[in-house]
Design a protein around this ligand. Sequence first.
Ligand SMILES: CC(C)(COP(=O)(O)OP(=O)(O)OC[C@H]1O[C@@H](n2cnc3c(N)ncnc32)[C@H](O)[C@@H]1OP(=O)(O)O)[C@@H](O)C(=O)NCCC(=O)NCCS
Length: 177
Amino acid sequence: MPITHVHPMNLPESVWETLSTSLSAEPKIDSTRNTAQNIKTLYEQNLAVVLMQGDVPVGFIAVWPVEKGFVEIGSVWVHPDVRGQGLSHQIYDAVPSLPGIQNIVAFGITTNPISVHVGERVGLKIVRDWDTPVPRHLSCGPCEYISPADQSTCPKRGVSCWLRVITSTYRAQPHRW
Ligand SMILES: CC(C)(COP(=O)(O)OP(=O)(O)OC[C@H]1O[C@@H](n2cnc3c(N)ncnc32)[C@H](O)[C@@H]1OP(=O)(O)O)[C@@H](O)C(=O)NCCC(=O)NCCS
């Protein structure tokens, strides 16, 4: 069955519960914010992309408005049955044209090297500065691994945890499928 990139369109209510459960089960995805209601709201605000295979959601990405002027690209997920087929590229490639990320600093934090690789194509480039342009309370603030006092010497930074920022150049010319 073909996999469809759906954004935006009406989706069955059950999609949000299914996605919320799937996202919450992933250790590399922040489990606290991916409630069914939150991700449905993002989608309705043109801040999320869903991939569907028939009635089943098989891919997701969200753009979280974390503070005025800043959005965080995250909650990237592909259904385990269809991983390794390039679907994460399809999801990421839809992000630059989302209305919610224009004229704003869009960043992503990940501990997954696949996300680093896939994000590069849409201009999510690794930055070594965890204070500018993304302020520390957004880049390191939500971390559950290390206390605020120890963040400046965090051994994971740039080693197994990466901060990436998207540039306006890439946003102007998103990859097209
Ligand atoms: C991360 C995830 C979304 C990737 O989805 P996917 O559809 O299986 O990935 P794709 O098949 O589109 O692409 C994988 C790409 O990463 C590359 N890759 C695979 N393992 C890699 C690694 N360890 N390091 C770098 N790149 C890697 C592949 O070669 C491929 O690149 P290419 O298409 O340029 O050849 C999926 O594995 C997932 O949902 N994981 C669980 C949730 C998660 O960790 N999300 C990220 C949280 S930030």
